[in-house]
Design a protein around this ligand. Structure first.
Ligand code: AHM
Ligand code: MG
Length: 353
């Protein structure tokens, strides 16, 4: 075992870095790691058992739920309930936040926002999926925790991470002191440190966006796509297009190789598709900690004040130079919502007229 550092050993070693509640946050991360292993086991045998396919239900956002979505949701809630460190779980799969009411969680100080199985439309075709989590510290000091405790800016996160169930399974997380990645060794059933101190290259040549929505993109995104497709040897253009349709997979690849992932506003998703609390914020925290940038096209993702649980946001995330260039295009060619001119009926006016 010499040279191998397990997730458990690493968390204990790094405990001194946590600003408060050292043992509690360690236990919370450990609980998430355990649930991830159980979900991994089911994801890996998805083709073998009757667990593939739709569960026949829809979540609050009107999206069909897959059986594995529900399985993963149940596993994470159950691990966080029995762990005793979490007072609220806010999950993509539940309409409302889930208060944890168990004898062991009476004084729990943490809130976990989670997308238990992101990219789950990919499961049936054996393409990588992931889990994304964000950990917040409860603000209120007495009574039961409320929605106000959940609606905190991304800058308030004390930890965030993702698990990618891919060709191998990895857990990547940050507590605000850099980013570390652990690969699951199935032979010993442990996540082992494989990617210490991960850094995203400052520039890259991979862009990831669902170009099928091109006609509905804001003008700034259309201009950026044209920019990346132009031949220019000095900037390594044209860039390479890679889009899995699994945010965790696309961002994980870009984190390692350098790149940009964009999910902008579209006609069908006028506020963006991805959810702020459990998709954009944790990924933004991780990428910033790895030296990258995460923006909604104009502003830093982590500075957005959430006003509702399942709030959506557009996202431009990845290598610093690439995101800054995309932001420049957005500023130049797309008006911010607040700057749009409207007539008395709320109809948008052309500022040039
Ligand atoms: P989900 O949480 O319902 O799985 O949706 C999130 C996923 C992201 O992982 C992915 O990047 C995106 O939706 C893909 O959306 P689209 O199919 O519109 O390109
Ligand atoms: Mg999701």
């Amino acid at each position: 075992m010499s040279g191998i550092k397990t997730l458990g050993q690493f968390i204990i070693e790094k405990q001194a870095d946590f600003s408060y509640a050292k043992g509690e946050l360690s236990r919370l991360l450990r609980d998430i790691g355990i649930a991830a292993k159980i979900v991994n086991r089911e994801v890996n045998k998805a083709g073998l058992v009757d667990i593939l396919g739709d569960a026949g239900t829809v979540n609050i956002q009107g999206e069909g739920q897959k059986k594995l979505d529900i399985f993963a949701n149940t596993q994470f809630i159950s691990a966080l309930t029995s762990g005793g460190e979490c007072c609220i779980v806010a999950t993509e799969e539940e309409d409302d936040f889930v208060p944890i009411d168990s004898p062991v969680s009476k004084n729990a100080k943490y809130i976990v926002c989670i997308d238990p199985l992101d990219g789950s439309s990919n499961i049936d075709v054996n393409v990588g999926v992931g889990t994304i989590f964000s950990i917040l510290r409860r603000k209120s000091t007495e009574g039961i925790a409320t929605i106000e405790d959940v609606l905190q800016k991304g800058t308030e996160q004390v930890a965030a991470g993702y698990i990618i169930y891919g060709s191998s399974t990895m857990l990547v997380y940050t507590t605000g002191k850099g980013v570390n990645g652990f690969t699951l060794d199935p032979s010993i059933g442990e996540f082992c440190l494989s990617h210490p101190d991960m850094k995203v290259p400052a520039d890259g040549c991979i862009y990831s966006i669902n170009e099928g929505n091109y006609v509905h993109f804001p003008e700034g995104v259309k201009k950026y796509i044209k920019y990346v497709q132009v031949h220019d040897a000095t900037t390594n253009r044209p860039y390479t297009s890679r889009y899995i349709g699994s945010m965790v997979g696309d961002i994980h690849r870009n984190l390692i190789k350098g790149g940009i992932y964009i999910y902008p506003t579209t006609a069908s998703s006028p506020n963006g598709k991805l959810r702020l609390l459990y998709e954009c914020n944790p990924m933004a925290f991780i990428l910033e900690q790895a030296g990258g940038v995460a923006s909604d096209g104009f502003n830093r993702i982590l500075d957005i004040q959430p006003i509702e649980l399942h709030q959506r946001s557009s996202i431009f995330i990845g290598s610093e130079k690439m995101v800054r260039m995309a932001e420049e295009m957005m500023r130049k060619y797309t008006l911010k919502e607040s700057d749009k001119l409207t007539n008395i009926n709320g109809t948008e006016l052309d500022p040039a007229v």
